[in-house]
Design a binder for this molecule. Structure first.
Ligand code: ZN
Length: 317
């Protein structure tokens, strides 16, 4: 069961047990970052619930009708999900299933439900018809109301390991991205795919990584200005730059090269954890300033100056 889902042993075990012991919840909340298999799992879970062999066998009548029956609805919102959308869904849920003993609704990107929409859904969560199973899938669980969360069974999905990411690309016959991208993808297939598609990523990374390490080791104004120019040149990739900065700082705090996120990088800088944690705080502040639409160049410059101050402090002690 669930062979199509890579990794995620705990969710698999939990959902398998629910089916085998016939203890299904009326509402599930599948959450975890994007690109780790939540929607695939929701579909496989729904198939297994309806399958005559409880295994998404693909052969039985239930499996063959899965995508054509009105008893299964997979909702993939483009924009937000309004209260009207939810009212339409809930009025359908209260109509008995047509082909199967269960009626299953999967709502992907459930965080796109407005607050009013969630409140409307809450009515079904509070008094669900006996045959209904609703699966909310979200990569931003903090946008769901606590009342929704408290009435659903939470299933938490973990980022994939490098090994599992590789397994995904191999089993799906897709071109395996370079090792560097797999390391940078933070356990997400979606991120690995988008990084591989951005051709400039590796090129940018090689050049900026060198600037970051030289800034962290020499702490000179020249090194800082070079990094500043890189930040200006790659303004559009600022999120990736911040991730890269983060992993470079992290790599400077671990001695064991097997723990490094970029084991291939040649650098010999070593930072105490206290300095690293100050730099992490500056990175968070930089992200906050930029998302509040502060001026880009000035925010970056003040970030670099603050980091240099922290580095110099470390040297003085
Ligand atoms: Zn089947």
């Amino acid at each position: 069961m669930f062979e199509r889902v890579i990794g995620q042993d705990l969710p698999k075990e939990m959902l398998r047990t629910a089916i085998k012991t016939n203890k299904l919840s009326h509402a599930y909340i599948f959450h975890g970052k994007a690109g780790v298999g939540k929607t695939t799992m929701a579909v496989e879970f729904a198939k297994s619930i309806l399958c005559e062999h409880q295994s998404a066998c693909g052969e039985c009548r239930s499996c063959k009708q899965f995508y054509s029956t009105s008893d299964v609805q997979i909702i993939r919102p483009e924009k937000s999900i309004s209260v009207e959308n939810v009212r339409e869904i809930t009025s359908e849920i209260f109509l008995k299933p047509f082909h199967f003993p269960k009626k299953i609704y999967i709502i992907t990107e459930a965080e796109k439900m407005t607050v009013q929409a969630q409140n409307a859904l809450l009515k079904v969560f509070e008094e669900p018809p006996s045959y209904a199973v609703i699966i909310l899938v979200t990569s931003n669980v903090s946008l769901l109301l606590p009342t929704i969360l408290s009435r659903g069974t939470e299933v938490r999905f973990q980022p994939l390991t490098i090994h599992e990411l590789k397994e995904y690309f191999i089993t799906n016959n897709r071109e395996l991205p370079p090792e560097e991208i797999l390391h940078q993808a933070n356990g997400s297939v979606t991120e690995a795919l988008s990084l591989s598609q951005s051709e400039s990523f590796l090129q940018m990374k090689a050049s900026v990584q060198e600037s970051i390490f030289s800034f962290l080791s020499r702490k000179t104004t020249g090194a800082m200005l070079r990094l500043y120019r890189d930040f200006l040149a790659y303004e559009e990739s600022i999120d990736k730059l911040c991730d890269l900065f983060y992993t470079c700082v992290y790599d400077c705090t671990v001695c064991d090269s097997s723990l490094k996120k970029n084991p291939s990088a040649t650098q010999s800088v070593s930072l105490p954890l206290s300095t690293a944690s100050r730099i992490y705080k500056e990175l968070t502040q930089l992200a906050a300033r930029l998302s509040a639409n502060a001026g880009y160049a000035l925010s970056v410059l003040s970030f670099l100056i603050q980091v240099r101050n922290h580095l110099n402090q470390e040297r003085n002690f």
